[in-house]
Design a protein around this ligand. Structure first.
Ligand SMILES: [Zn+2]
Length: 448
């Protein structure tokens, strides 16, 4: 999950913030499910039907968005499937558009208002049955969303006549008051009639809600601050529980409490069917980072001596040798390699791609939308951290030594090279072909 969140951040690094954040929930009342139930059964008796129908619904939804481009051309997407406590699945989807959604476009995609029952009775029935939050608060203090007297989902928000974006977090969607032509319905909450106005509507996309008639929350990703949150959120996994294991006369507090997850019936069936939990596009290739002779080497008794003499290449060591022999690789940053090369796991070599868009100036170089991500290195792993710092800034290095050479002189460490670079006018001298590559004034706060 940590890796997935990092991969989502790779999309952010390359393409900026995601545009839309969609939560798509399974509706046990879908006719595709209820039609298959035998007499006397409820949907919770037939988890295999729920799983089979939901995976197909997700596929249709993703096709609708990606292939049929209902919101425009999608540059990248990712989704993860999760289960609620009672077992129904839902998917969190992040979308990056080619043309970023502008604040003016929000109202044409997302609505947070009661539809008019006269002009669109179908949408009205989907929204009033699926998209109303609570009501909680004073109307129902025992609602599961309530914590210390406040709604954890921050309902009800303000009524505003126009969508307001530019604030941190999600925008304030247009929610017109009943005085300003907003619609309201009357709902029974705890035996009392409550007027549900536009404050209680979960933001939705009318097109998706009407097409899929289920709870489908659509949010516009507004601020930089919310990016890391949503990238982590979509990959957080299902609910966990802390539970105790009680043994008579034992008082070992460490083993007594364990953090565990529970696998619901539906999740169990999903995994038995080998349905995907996580899918995305484009591919993110992970790139190794290690100090010289610091890579992990696998060996058996039989080949230990041979492996010690000649360890297998890693993506990093082969990147160096490819830069030496291939003039195109020599122009690239390490993280750009997967765009033009595939790493052959058997031969441990980068090979030029055979398909894709032709790169101008080179006849046999093809580019794809594959992205590379260099593994993160903790700041405390000193030399390795600086190695990574140099790798994200220097094009076409041919060896570990070439990375730490400054003006033709081998500096004694990668750290030293970074600091030298920062003191000598914010530049790293790219020694072997004297190209200049810029780095921030302080290597530690430079591009990490
Ligand atoms: Zn609430």
């Amino acid at each position: 999950m940590h890796e997935y969140a990092q991969d989502a951040m790779t999309y952010v690094r390359n393409y900026g913030r995601p545009d839309l954040f969609i939560t798509f929930t399974c509706n046990p009342k879908w006719p595709e499910i209820t039609n298959l139930l035998l007499t006397g059964q409820t949907s919770s008796d037939r988890h295999e039907i729920i799983a089979r129908v939901f995976i197909q619904k997700i596929k249709v939804l993703m096709d609708y968005i990606v292939k049929h481009k209902v919101f425009g051309i999608i540059r990248c997407w990712m989704y993860s499937v999760e289960w609620q406590k009672r077992g129904l699945p839902h998917a969190h989807i992040l979308l990056w558009m080619l043309d970023t959604i502008r604040p003016d476009d929000i109202d044409s995609i997302i609505s947070a208002e009661n539809p008019d029952p006269k002009t669109d009775p179908e949408l009205y029935s989907v929204v009033t049955t699926n998209m109303i939050h609570g009501p909680c608060g004073v109307h129902n203090p025992d609602s599961p969303c309530m914590e210390n007297g406040n709604c954890t989902k921050r309902f009800p928000p303000l009524l505003v006549a126009d969508t307001v974006s530019g604030i941190d977090g999600y925008p304030l969607y247009r929610r017109r008051s009943t005085d300003n032509n907003g619609k309201s319905i009357v709902m029974k909450v705890k035996g009392n009639n409550v007027i549900v106005d536009n404050r209680w509507i979960v933001p939705y996309c009318p097109l998706l809600s009407k097409t899929f008639s289920t709870h489908c929350n659509v949010e516009y990703c507004n601020s930089i601050k919310s990016i890391k949150y949503v990238c982590k959120y979509v990959n957080k996994g299902s609910d966990m529980a802390v539970f105790g294991i009680v043994e008579p006369n034992a008082n070992d507090e460490v083993t007594q409490f364990q953090l565990g997850r529970y696998v619901s019936c539906n999740e169990a069936i999903w995994r038995l069917f080998s349905f995907p939990i996580h899918e995305r596009h484009p591919t993110v290739v992970h790139l190794a980072v290690h100090l010289e002779n610091g890579q992990r080497v696998y060996f058996t008794d039989a080949n230990a001596a041979q492996r010690a003499e000649q360890p297998q290449a890693t993506t990093l060591t082969n990147f160096f040798s490819t830069c030496e022999s291939d003039p195109f690789a020599w122009t690239l940053l390490y993280s750009e390699m997967p765009r033009y090369y595939t790493f052959n796991a058997a031969s441990k070599r980068f090979q030029r791609r055979k398909k894709g868009n032709v790169v101008t100036g080179f006849t046999d170089v093809y580019s794809t939308d594959v992205l590379g991500r260099i593994y993160t290195v903790h700041r405390h792993q000193d030399e390795c951290f600086y190695l990574r710092l140099l790798l994200v800034n220097i094009r076409g290095p041919t060896s570990f030594d070439s990375l730490r050479t400054v003006d033709g002189v081998l500096s004694h460490s990668l750290r030293c090279k970074c600091f030298f670079a920062s003191e000598s006018n914010s530049y790293i001298v790219c020694d072997h072909h004297s190209r200049m590559s810029s780095i921030g004034p302080d290597p530690i706060v430079g591009q990490i």
